[in-house]
Design a protein around this ligand. Structure first.
Ligand code: GLV
Ligand code: GLV
Length: 315
């Protein structure tokens, strides 16, 4: 039997499924295991199943003498030293596609919530501050339908956003490494996108070329009436610059599901701003999607251990 390390409990029965085929060493807590635990347990393992909170670096990979597969329960893989894993012949697998629609839904949730002030309204009622009957200029927000959506990155999630935006009669522009002929949206350069979008949505993955892609200069190019939405990785945005932009009114607001440090520190200035909607990294967080991710992550791992092609391999 193969030996595998699993760093989180997963929804559904997928760990039991894995246990029928492998000896499983499982970290049971919802807090991530300390690096020491991984180092101490990985030496004889054939596979490891992780989530995005476990950083897999050279030191861990060097310790893993038998490792054939790193299966991450996520679409992002910026927490893994992919190059080094590959150089050691280790296959890295991930869980794209099954979470695309859930994430695109959440992005639209953030757009609607921040533009129409849904969270602000909810908290106003709860605080007992809804004191006036209906009147014409109370809590006015910004329209979503008919506006321009600017999508940075045109992968699976970008395409799922295009579908949704069509239903809102939005003009859709996008910037990505290359033009996608099959996508019914206008390819534009990044400056044009920033200068012309009412909603700028980040869907790129985090890597050396996208770290702090949205910096002070680029925030200044956005319209003062525009919103920034990020459900990819916090580090794609220079959060300090974004806070300044929100405080000083360079942009109108933001919907954020991801942050440079997670959980968001209690003293973050973001918590004091009314023009942001914050969610705790919930992009793929539905019962249906998280179970599908478990299935894919477990099957990816087992397929590699059986010498077969995984469903999704990081290229
Ligand atoms: C979530 O952020 C993921 O990468 O799956
Ligand atoms: C709003 O509730 C309206 O009736 O216009």
């Amino acid at each position: 039997m193969c030996n595998v390390l699993v760093t989180k409990k997963l929804p559904g029965n997928w760990i039991d499924y894995l246990k029928r085929e492998c000896n499983v060493t499982l970290w049971e807590d919802i807090y991530p295991p300390p690096k020491e635990w991984i180092l101490n347990n990985i030496e004889d393992k054939d596979g490891i199943l992780i989530t995005l909170t476990e950083k897999i670096d050279k030191e861990i990979i060097d310790r893993a003498k038998n490792l054939k597969v790193i299966s991450t329960y996520s679409v992002g893989y910026d927490h893994i030293d992919i190059k080094y894993a590959k150089s050691r012949g280790i296959i890295v697998t991930y869980t794209p596609e099954v979470l695309t629609d859930a994430t695109a839904d959440l992005v639209f949730g953030l757009i609607l919530a921040v533009a129409r002030r849904i969270c602000e309204g909810d908290s106003l009622i709860r605080k007992g501050e809804w004191k006036t009957p209906w009147y014409p200029t109370f809590m006015l927000g910004t329209e979503v339908h008919g506006k321009t959506l600017g999508i940075i990155g045109m992968g699976r999630i970008g395409k799922a956003l295009v579908k949704r935006a069509k239903g809102f009669d939005m003009r859709i522009i996008y910037n990505s490494r290359r033009k996608h002929e099959e996508v019914d949206a206008e390819y534009v350069d990044l400056d044009y996108l920033l200068e012309n979008s009412d909603y700028v949505v980040i869907t790129v993955d985090l890597n050396e070329s996208t770290y702090h892609l949205i910096n002070e200069d680029r925030l200044k190019k956005m319209k003062r009436s525009a919103f920034l939405i990020n459900a990819s990785r916090g580090q794609v945005v220079d959060e300090k610059a974004l806070i300044k932009a929100l405080q000083e009114g360079w942009i109108k607001g933001a919907g954020l599901d991801v942050f440079e440090i997670e959980p968001l520190p209690k003293d973050s200035p973001l918590l004091k701003l009314n023009n942001v909607v914050l969610t705790p990294h919930l992009g793929s967080a539905t019962v249906e999607t998280r179970e599908k991710m478990a299935e894919i992550a477990v099957k990816n791992l087992l397929l590699v251990l059986k010498g077969e092609k995984p469903i999704y391999e990081v290229q």
